[in-house]
Ligand binder design. Structure first.
Ligand code: HEM
Length: 374
């Protein structure tokens, strides 16, 4: 994909794609312009509001003040300090999944065996939903992201989104009625509501459902993409295993070079110029984070994967008011999972006899299946 971005960025940096009814943005400065101006580039896309699929707003699909109110409800659980406390539990979980992976033999699908379940169970535990439910919400969440595709998949995705809201909503109500609150995000939501926080049941349902999607599809693919980046680099693999600080640099460079979130749609609230292109109010844009992260105006030799780059200002987690809330958790998970995986399987390689099945939605760069040999 990098080569195609390169050509387009040079010749058509603001590029209309009819199937998506959206303008793709490929330059770092254009992508930043959009993410830093949420008044002009709204996250509240009218296509999320159809009579058939009307649901409560979430922070990622709303603008301030609704966005600020919803984000504030979950923010305290995602500070780097709170997340750092999860490290031991996350390490133990990672090792216990790897014990099971070891029993699978010489070849397996990494997504099914490890990179899928690991972050899904972490987010389940964080929300307090039963961890054994993860195959169910993983399946629904994978369908829900189809909402970013054109019809007919869009309706399939919107329906799956409603199914996920219903799943989490039932859990939330059961929890509230039982009165058994604990040290998890769902209990935090119930307490906040009791203490008078302004949020409806529908909003909490949609928030839980957002976490079930955003909390694992992304991290799963950060792990997958790291494996693809490391596949041809034995020295780098050894280094990552030996030196935990190096895992941090590795994750930063994977997020720049091959980040799992390609971008997210915005909707213009007024006529606006991006570079030399004038977009009328009501246009949809898709700032392409990965393309921006490969912009030669921003990074020297952007097509080279360099561990020591420590890219400042990469846009893998977005920018501005919608910048990823889960960043500390995603980093913790990836910095634990990637070295642990190679410590366990030093010879792990992508199985070239099997196809890599990509996730086919415009907002994610990753794979549904990634077969490996160990
Ligand atoms: C938003 C990337 C993991 C929760 C975002 C955005 C990006 C992103 C680019 C901005 C979207 C926009 O501007 O519209 C990633 C990447 C991840 C990751 C690359 C993993 C490698 C997570 C995790 C969680 C999470 C683990 C939760 C546990 C969220 C939420 C938002 C968000 C709630 C919306 C924030 C807002 O609208 O204010 N993420 N994410 N993400 N992410 Fe992540």
């Amino acid at each position: 994909p990098f080569v195609r971005f390169e050509e387009l960025r040079r010749h058509r940096p603001v590029f209309y794609v009819e199937a998506l009814d959206a303008w793709l943005l490929l330059r770092h400065d254009h992508v930043k312009q959009v993410l830093q101006d949420p008044r002009t580039f709204s996250s509240d896309d009218p296509r999320w509001h159809t009579e058939e699929f009307e649901t409560a707003p979430t922070m990622i699909t709303s603008d301030d003040p609704t966005h600020r109110r919803l984000r504030a409800l979950a923010q305290p659980a995602f500070t780097p300090r709170r997340i750092a406390k999860l490290a031991t539990a996350v390490e133990e979980l990672c090792e216990s999944i790897l014990d099971e992976v070891e029993a699978r033999g010489d070849r397996f699908d990494l997504v099914e065996a490890f990179s899928g379940p690991f972050p899904a169970i972490v987010i389940a535990e964080l929300l307090g939903v039963p961890r054994e439910d993860y195959p169910r919400f993983r399946r629904i969440a994978a369908q829900a992201v189809l909402a970013t595709r054109p019809e007919p998949e869009r309706s399939v995705g919107m329906r799956a989104g409603q199914e996920l809201n219903a799943y989490y909503g039932a859990f939330l109500r059961e929890r509230r009625e039982s009165g058994e609150l604990g040290d998890d995000l769902t209990s935090d939501f119930i307490r906040a509501q009791r203490d008078g926080a302004e949020c409806s049941d529908g909003e909490l349902e949609a928030m839980g459902s957002l976490f079930l999607i955003a909390g694992h599809e992304t991290t799963t693919n950060l792990i997958n993409n790291a494996v693809r980046c490391l596949d041809d680099a034995p020295k780098l693999r050894a280094k990552v295993v030996a030196d935990p600080d190096c895992a941090r640099d590795l994750v930063t460079e994977v997020l720049r070079y091959r980040g799992p979130v390609l971008g997210n749609f915005r909707f213009t609230t007024r006529t606006v110029e991006i570079g030399e292109t004038v977009l009328p109010a009501g246009s949809r844009v898709l700032p392409m984070l990965m393309a921006a992260n490969h912009d030669p105006n921003e990074y020297e030799a952007p097509g080279e994967f360099q561990l020591e780059r420590r890219a400042k200002g990469h846009l893998g987690f977005g920018r501005g008011i919608h910048r990823c809330l889960g960043e500390p958790l995603a980093k913790l998970e990836a910095e634990i999972a990637i070295p642990a995986l190679y410590r366990r399987f030093p010879e792990l390689r992508v199985d070239t006899e099997r196809d890599i099945l990509p996730v086919e939605v415009p907002v994610i760069h990753g794979c549904r299946e990634l077969h490996v040999r160990v």
